[in-house]
Design a protein around this ligand. Structure first.
Ligand code: PRP
Length: 178
């Protein structure tokens, strides 16, 4: 059961596109000369962001995915992080960019970064589209953040509420009716 809600626009598709372009320019410069950059998307929320970001990268890119789950179908983050799907390929000695849609408490990313770091990549960096600093429970080292947002429940551009609204082209804040 989901509650009744409306969606208030927060970040337009145009603003997202401009920010993605700027982030890609920084990432291109940072990883310039790399032999291979493995761009790792965290399913499912990052699928829109990684599609747009990866197409702006002018580097030898491989794309892989990992799926972790922490939210279930409600709005409360649980502390338990489970890996539901692992990478297809080894990353030892390679440059890796983890692409995340939103960093909330930080538990998901911390868990995933610890796992990936244990595989001894060359460089391991994070690009997150959204961050809610006021919600952070564990410290996260993300070199690139698209937008810092207040503690509102957001949807769109890959992010869901109870699996809905991932396909919205913009980011909106959920306003519950009750
Ligand atoms: C969401 C989001 C992040 C994570 C952030 O994923 O996509 O991965 O939660 O929360 P945290 O910083 O508090 O750990 P979710 O588990 O909802 O899966 P999804 O990407 O499939 O929507």
């Amino acid at each position: 059961m989901t509650r009744d809600y409306t969606i208030k626009p927060m970040i337009t598709a145009d603003r997202i596109a401009a920010r993605v372009e700027a982030l890609a320019a920084e990432i291109n410069a940072y990883f310039a000369g790399t032999e291979k950059l493995v761009v790792v998307g965290l399913l499912r929320g990052s699928y829109v962001f990684i599609a747009d970001l990866a197409r702006k990268l002018e580097l030898p890119v491989e794309v892989d995915f990992i799926e972790a789950s922490s939210y279930g179908s409600g709005t409360e983050s649980s502390r338990e992080v489970r890996i539901l799907k692992d990478l297809r390929s080894p990353i030892e000695g390679l440059d890796v960019l983890v692409v995340e849609d939103i960093v909330d408490t930080g538990h998901t990313l911390k868990h995933v970064l610890k796992l990936l770091a244990s595989r001894k990549p060359n460089r391991l960096e994070v690009c997150a589209l959204l961050s809610k600093p006021s919600r952070r429970e564990v410290e996260i080292r993300a070199r690139w953040i698209g937008f810092e947002i207040p503690d509102e429940f957001v949807v769109g551009y890959g992010i869901d509420y109870a699996q809905r609204n991932r396909n919205l082209p913009y980011i909106g804040a959920v306003e519950f009716s009750d």
